[in-house]
Design a protein around this ligand. Structure first.
Ligand SMILES: C[S@@+](CC[C@H](N)C(=O)[O-])C[C@H]1O[C@@H](n2cnc3c(N)ncnc32)[C@H](O)[C@@H]1O
Length: 399
């Protein structure tokens, strides 16, 4: 049966010719893999290639992604407040763990690293080293440039880890903002009571969706979700599941001999993630500040993300011997870390800056902006709670 090609949603800006040429190269690379696989690949593999294919994927090839001139803006890109708040949490964990290291996973433009180092220095808690783990060579270069321009002498404390050090060898804090949502996910559908795995096939000049027999691990994981929910997912229900999340959380938290890992991302507790009304999953793509739900177009030119199942993060942490130290919305987390105080301290700034600052606070904290959609979760080893970010409201019971 012919596969229907995915259609670009209306209203997306037309990519310029060089971007089109880039997309055509990545499309050919993915098409070759589809042919070699006999006609289809799992969506998870498509997402991995679209984001990370060497030299071609969205995160590893050239174009500017983050910030006003890119495709989307993250909390650290809005201004300095997110980093200042996070620094409060990092300083507390560094102190309680007797740690000397901050590890940042997926550091984007380097804005958070520069802000965190400055804010930690300001309270006399600058770490001995600030290690970045980044899969994208292009973003590593951008991080170096940002830190050279903005971190002064503290830039000398930053190192990039190509390989992770031995498990248990780090004492301190791990931070990751919007990284879990960038891990490739499986997409599945319930059809005739069975779990089907969504795959990607060639269609016309591009790609289209097909249903495949599921990988056994995916089928088991979907059934485990149903068991945990206490109900079967309804017919036609389509969603995502990240099989890579648990091993990744285990690997990164395994670095900690003592300390805490803090993940901030958009997502939900499992019962909400797989709510009956969310019948088409959580995939989201960003191209030039337009959000839409079709990942099979603009290969290599757009970001592709899925929301995070925070119950899965907590479970992965528990399986890796980590204690769940807190879970709350970004708004409550930032307020627990003194968002209002930090914003007020800047209120003496010129009027234009004050206006920008008010805007930044709104975007970070309003429920309709990042405040409720984004959540923070902390997993600790050998560190006593409660932590500042979860002191005002802790919703661990919802996971
Ligand atoms: C959405 S961006 C967020 C960047 C930054 N944390 C921020 O908030 O602006 C995702 C980042 O994670 C990186 N990344 C994706 N998968 C990764 C992995 N497995 N390990 C480390 N970094 C990863 C990407 O290259 C990119 O820097």
């Amino acid at each position: 049966m012919a596969v229907a090609p995915a259609v670009p949603p209306r209203g997306l800006p037309e990519p310029p010719p060089e971007a089109r040429a880039h997309a055509a190269r990545l499309t050919a690379r993915i098409a070759a893999e589809i042919d070699a696989a006999g006609g289809a690949i799992p969506f998870e593999r498509y997402m991995e290639l679209a984001l990370y294919a060497p030299g071609l994927g969205y995160y590893v090839a050239g174009a500017r992604k983050l910030g006003p001139a890119g495709d989307f803006v993250t909390a650290p890109e809005l201004g300095g407040l997110f980093a200042q708040c996070l620094a409060v949490q990092c300083a507390e964990v560094l102190e309680r763990s007797g740690g000397d290291t901050v590890v940042e996973l997926g550091a984007g433009s380097g804005a958070l690293a520069a802000g965190l180092l400055a804010a930690l220095e300001a309270v006399g808690a600058a770490p001995r080293r600030y290690a970045i783990v980044e899969v994208s060579p292009e973003l590593r270069e951008r991080q170096r440039a940002t830190l050279a321009a903005r971190a002064g002498a503290l830039a000398g404390r930053v190192e990039w880890w190509e390989r992770l050090p031995a498990p248990g060898s780090v004492r301190g804090v791990i931070v990751a903002n919007e990284v879990l949502d960038a891990l490739p996910v499986h997409r599945f559908r319930i059809r005739g009571g069975r779990v089907r795995m969504l795959g990607v096939a060639r269609a016309g000049e591009g790609f289209g969706w097909v249903e495949l027999d599921p990988e056994p691990a995916l089928e088991r994981a979907v059934r485990a979700v149903e068991e945990d929910l206490g109900r079967a997912l309804p017919e036609g229900y389509t969603s995502e599941l990240c099989l890579r999340l648990a091993p990744w959380v285990a690997t990164v938290t395994g670095l900690l001999g003592r300390g805490a890992a803090l993940f901030v991302d958009y997502g939900h507790p499992r019962a909400e993630y797989y709510h009956e009304t969310r019948r088409d999953g959580t995939l989201m793509c960003h191209y030039r500040h337009r959000a839409h739900g079709e990942p099979l177009v603009l290969a290599g030119l757009q970001d592709i993300t899925a929301h995070v199942d925070f119950t899965a993060v907590a479970e992965a942490g528990a399986a890796a011997g980590m204690e769940l130290l807190g879970y709350t919305s970004q708004a409550w987390f930032l307020m627990g870390c003194g968002l209002e105080r930090h914003a007020q301290a800047l209120a003496a700034a010129p009027e234009r800056e004050r206006w920008r600052l008010a805007q930044e606070v709104r975007t970070l904290a309003l429920p309709t902006e990042m405040g409720e959609r984004f959540k923070a979760i902390a997993l600790g080893r050998g560190v006593e709670g409660p932590l500042a970010g979860f002191a005002l409201r802790d919703e661990r019971h919802r996971l």
